[in-house]
Design a protein around this ligand. Sequence first.
Ligand code: GN1
Ligand code: MG
Length: 351
Amino acid sequence: MLDAILAAYGFEPNTQAIPHGTGLINRTWKIHAPQKGNFILQRINEAVFRHPEQIAENIDKVSDYLAIHYPDAIFPRPARTLTGQTLLVPTPNQYFRLYPFIEGSTTIDVASNPTQAYEAARTFGAFTRMLAQFPADTLHSTLPGFHNLSRRYKDFKIALEKGNPQRLLHAESLISYLKKQSNIVTQYESILTNPNFHRRVTHHDTKISNILFDAQEKGICVIDLDTMMPGYLISDVGDMLRTYLSPVSEEEKEYRHIDVRDAYFQAILEGYLEETKEQLTREEKEAFVYSGAFMMYMQALRFLTDYLQDDIYYGRQYEEHNFVRASNQSTLLALYQQKMPRYLSMLEALI
Ligand code: GN1
Ligand code: MG
């Protein structure tokens, strides 16, 4: 099937496409074309992204803006097919796009020293800073309600009513733990009505593998812009905390390996504020610590909701996969909450 796709971009027959990366939603391949170099090909998951053309429009708008205001900024832009398209639709409901591979760049799956976390946070911070004056609400919401915690909590409640009865039983204690944390939703709702929280161009998926690093492990640029849309800083800061603080990922089944590492918190704080401190309001900065709990909680709810609904969104590689992911994120949340007072002092010292 890929042959026709590759041909549309003018690649020679028999060009190799090797599965690439660890994303849960889209499918990704690395293309090695002897004459043309290396590329990243992606098939967008159309069951998740109902309007892939809106993603393409968002990326075009932001990259036009950056080209004018920050001509030196590196921003990955999709390559064109032989007929000039940046989004290839070979048959209805199939969407592909191709990115030139940035030579010399690497990605990191789990932060293994604080400097990597600092660099990733600085690079995401630079993205926020460069787009601080961009009118965020002119972008499409490519996934409406994506990080709306009130909606995620409602979906969770629906799954408690209508979910798989056996799984509901199995998840009883996790469900009761997560219900007890619903003050995190209340805090989110107060952010929504606070005029000092700006709607900003938000990446919404700030895991470390969405940063390209150079050979010296300096951040080059952000990638994976499918969920770049209007949002709040708590999403970007929170997903960094969720994914860099622990030495193991959300896939880890041995929960005792989950940890919350203070040096990584300090690194994310310094890296992000280094770029953004002039742009952010006092209230936005003060929400830095809350952001981590916000994203850990939302991810735990999303995994558990999916488990109760028989894995329709995230899929699974083994029977209890989404239950394990939800337990993992809940463990992380509980450890993080113990450290929040200390992290608030670390924050206060910097703002
Ligand atoms: C999904 O596909 P990937 O890994 O980039 C999800 C994120 C979750 C993440 C959890 C569109 O991202 O919100 O945080 O899985 N993206 C979508 O690993 O649902
Ligand atoms: Mg993603």
